[in-house]
Design a binder for this molecule. Structure first.
Ligand code: HEM
Ligand code: HEM
Length: 176
């Protein structure tokens, strides 16, 4: 199986990144939903503790995926339409912007922050940085739910293309 992408289909690196991240993103939304709908219940206690750590891991993976997409840019299966191409780039952008907004808010709170034992911010004394808190509070969750809607649309469109006549077998190039 090819490592790199080709015009016929995605290579193993793109496939592992796509499906692996799809699972992690699903978990990320389960944890967000657990907090939004089931605050202070056993459901939140089960899902929520991974949210910040997994969010940072997703940010790192998305950067790697962006670099990989740029390396393979001229050698990928052609997009079905301009809309699908734009949709894919918007999803990239959101998976980068959403965690960055949360990290800004985290920094602005002045609290120490580490991920899997790795120190990310030291924390500081004194006043919190209000604009960072506001940016995170105003946009992190909202853009998060927009991303979820885009992913739902993306999944539905895969089904629509598979069922269309003539069939556009987009699944084969990402799955087989
Ligand atoms: C791709 C990564 C991420 C996604 C898709 C995501 C998505 C979400 C969503 C949908 C919510 C629910 C918002 C609501 O209550 O309406 C949320 C809440 C939250 N997220 Fe994330 N998140 C991500 C990464 C992060 C990271 C890296 C952090 C921390 C460093 C973080 C911290 C929080 C916090 C503290 C809340 C609860 C407060 C709030 O509603 O904003 N998230 N997230
Ligand atoms: C489980 C549901 C999912 C299905 C059925 C699915 C299906 C597909 C298919 C068939 C393709 C190939 C499209 C083409 O070649 O034109 C694709 C590409 C893509 N998908 Fe998904 N996908 C899913 C989840 C996700 C999630 C959660 C994301 C979130 C970021 C995502 C982002 C992308 C992107 C950005 C591409 C373009 C190729 C790339 O850069 O990896 N997909 N998807």
């Amino acid at each position: 199986m090819a490592l790199k992408d080709s015009t016929e289909g995605y290579g193993i690196v793109s496939k592992v990144l796509h499906w692996g991240m799809a699972l992690l993103i699903l978990w990320q939304f389960l944890s967000a939903a657990s907090r939004y709908f089931f605050e202070d219940t056993a459901i939140e206690a089960f899902f929520w503790p991974t949210h910040k750590t997994l969010g940072v891991i997703l940010l790192v993976l998305m950067f790697l995926r962006l670099v990989w997409a740029l390396i393979n840019r001229s050698n990928r299966p052609p997009s079905v339409s301009l809309l699908s191409k734009t949709g894919h780039w918007v999803m990239y952008l959101l998976v980068i912007v959403i965690p960055i907004l949360a990290l800004l808010r985290q920094y602005g709170s002045g609290r120490t922050f580490d991920v899997l034992g790795l120190p990310i911010f030291e924390g500081f004394e004194g006043e919190k940085i209000q604009w960072m808190l506001d940016l995170g509070s105003d946009f992190h969750g909202e853009l998060g739910w927009i991303l979820l809607a885009l992913i739902a649309g993306h999944t539905i469109m895969t089904y629509v293309h598979q069922k269309a006549t003539p069939k556009k077998d987009v699944l084969a190039r990402m799955w087989k």
